[in-house]
Design a protein around this ligand. Structure first.
Ligand SMILES: [Zn+2]
Length: 239
């Protein structure tokens, strides 16, 4: 039996700053504001929170605790797949580069880190809540987390001292045993608004290749492509 063709994928990315849907039809992508599930499309969701199966156990930025995300979004469920947003974005950066191994650094309100090897997530919830970067307390309860010097909530707006932020990120990457990939992708809303930050991280990590997100213009992140890659992997396993 030949594999059935991939359906239209409605990839919904939920963030503190808004919701975006990327419709993936083969290689074609259409970016829409808000949450959408066209008839016949498979629903895939990325959420900044702790996921188990197709439920969101906790997404504190959204006030979601043990919920069905499709229901919260007012869409017909259940979702075919739900992933943490940083993990989906990290998978997507790899998928958009043909499956490259990489370390993902997501700079937004918080700092999300993940590692990808051979197309799968090998480390999650990395970087943001570790390290000893000063004496500022973090909402997580620790003191001196990377987030207290590199998270959007902790930085002045506009961000001015790129070098200080970049040095801290470079230290966190070097100190993370799982973050050994040659490629480091610096993505997220903060890096989009401040492209100089990516260059500063490149300067602070001269032994690595440091790149900005490969997500197409208009998409908030590569999460949709990560959801699609994870979906393909599940479909392959079932076939
Ligand atoms: Zn913390």
């Amino acid at each position: 039996m030949s594999p059935s063709p991939r359906p239209l994928l409605a990839c919904v990315e939920v963030g503190g700053g808004g919701i975006q849907t990327v419709l993936l039809d083969g290689p074609a992508a259409e970016v829409l504001p808000g949450a959408h599930r066209p008839a016949g499309a498979a629903l895939l969701i990325a959420v900044p929170g702790l996921i188990t199966g197709s439920r969101v156990l906790a997404a504190s930025n959204l006030g979601w605790y043990d919920v069905d995300p499709a229901e919260q979004l007012g869409l017909a469920g259940p979702a075919g797949l739900v992933l943490n947003d940083a993990e989906a974005a990290a998978l997507g950066e790899s998928a958009l580069r043909g499956g490259t191994d990489l370390t993902y650094v997501g700079l937004g309100t918080g700092v999300g880190g993940a590692t990808i090897a051979d197309g799968v997530i090998t480390g999650a919830n990395l970087l943001g809540h570790g390290g000893s970067f000063g004496d500022r307390s973090c909402p997580c309860g620790r003191t001196g987390c990377l987030e207290t010097v590199a998270g959007g909530w902790a930085l002045p707006d506009p961000v001015t001292r790129y070098e200080d932020v970049a040095t801290a990120i470079a230290t966190a990457v070097r100190d993370e045993p799982l973050a050994t990939a040659a490629l480091v992708v610096v993505a997220g809303g903060l890096s989009r608004r401040h492209p100089g930050l990516v260059q500063a991280v490149a300067g602070a990590l001269p032994d690595r290749l440091v790149e900005a997100s490969a997500a197409p213009a208009g998409a908030k992140s590569a999460a949709a492509w990560g959801l699609a890659a994870a979906w393909d992997r599940v479909a392959e396993a079932v076939a």
